[in-house]
Design a protein around this ligand. Structure first.
Ligand code: MN
Ligand code: MN
Length: 294
């Protein structure tokens, strides 16, 4: 089954969706390897037209490339993601990965050859150097990304979990992160203004670890963490950042822990990334090669 409204051929597409069904390093609840299929199923719930962004997804050139076959080691799977993402970027298209676990995000970012800023939405710092003997784990992904892009080009939002060592490391290195509490206190719009100011006009990669959401909204997660963000905080983030975003992923949904609601919200977040980027591209550069929004 394809993601809804993704019936454009690869050559003609502006967005290329692909599934990355791997959850081998997940430590608490496994199951995110099932998320690409669950998210695709739920994507058929929605109207093609999205009035918030003024975009009809039936008019948007989206290709669904299906799932990668990820049967290797964590590092080998990351390399497969990297190579496939590189083929999408080289063709001038925007990759949208449906995880799978968060470790795979590293492959997407390794595929980007230009200077890039990285914004991660996550409950967890993911700043361990290794976890259970593995350097390429969902619990170490932000540490690997930081090594690649440097501390000035990395921001995480919605943080509320990490070891003492991770928080110490983050503060010592000056890693810019906003806790869920910071976002509640300051408001997401103010936080996003600060993020935009910090990253300037860098192109961005945006990674959404679904556990950034409060488990009341998204209970089917690999590692749920209470006191989280709302779906509207995530939509605001998409509205502000998507126009500048060259690649996107949604990871860490473990769909069989609920009746489909988390995958449904995940499908909406993916659709809103597509719509938000299209809207922003058109607003800043009418005729940017995309169909005109409504
Ligand atoms: Mn994560
Ligand atoms: Mn997380």
């Amino acid at each position: 089954m394809r993601f809804a409204d993704s019936d454009t051929a690869f050559e003609d597409a502006f967005y290329v969706i692909f599934g990355a069904p791997f959850d081998g390093t997940s430590c608490f609840r496994k199951g995110s390897r099932k998320a690409p299929t669950a998210i695709r199923e739920q994507s058929y719930n929605f109207e093609t037209y999205d009035d918030f962004f003024g975009v009809d997804l039936a008019d948007v050139a989206i290709h669904d490339a299906g799932d990668l076959t990820l049967t290797g080691s964590p590092r080998e799977n990351i390399e497969k993601v990297r190579d496939f993402t590189a083929s999408i970027l080289e063709a001038g298209k925007t990759p949208v990965m449906l995880g799978g676990e968060h470790s795979l995000t590293l492959g997407c970012i390794e595929a980007i050859t230009a200077d890039v800023g990285v914004v991660v939405l996550d409950a967890h710092l993911d700043l361990r150097n290794e976890y259970m003997g593995e350097r390429f784990s969902h619990a170490t992904v932000s540490c690997r990304v930081l090594e690649m892009v440097g501390v000035d080009r990395f921001v995480s939002l919605g943080i509320r979990s990490g070891s003492q060592e991770e928080y110490r490391f983050a503060r010592k290195k000056g890693v810019k992160f906003y806790s869920a509490e910071d976002i509640r206190t300051k408001g997401i719009e103010t936080v996003l203004e600060e993020v935009v100011e910090h990253l300037g006009d860098l192109q961005l990669y945006l990674s959404v670890d679904a556990d950034v959401l409060d488990p009341a909204y998204a209970p089917a997660l690999g590692t749920p963490e209470p006191y989280g963000l709302t779906p509207l905080d995530v939509r605001s983030t998409l509205r502000v950042l998507s126009g500048n975003t060259v690649g996107f992923d949604l990871v860490e949904i473990a769909p069989h822990y609920d009746l489909g609601n988390t995958a449904l919200l995940g499908a909406k977040i993916v659709r809103d990334f597509v719509a938000a980027k299209l809207r922003a591209c058109w607003d800043s550069n009418p005729g940017c090669g995309l169909r005109r929004p409504v």
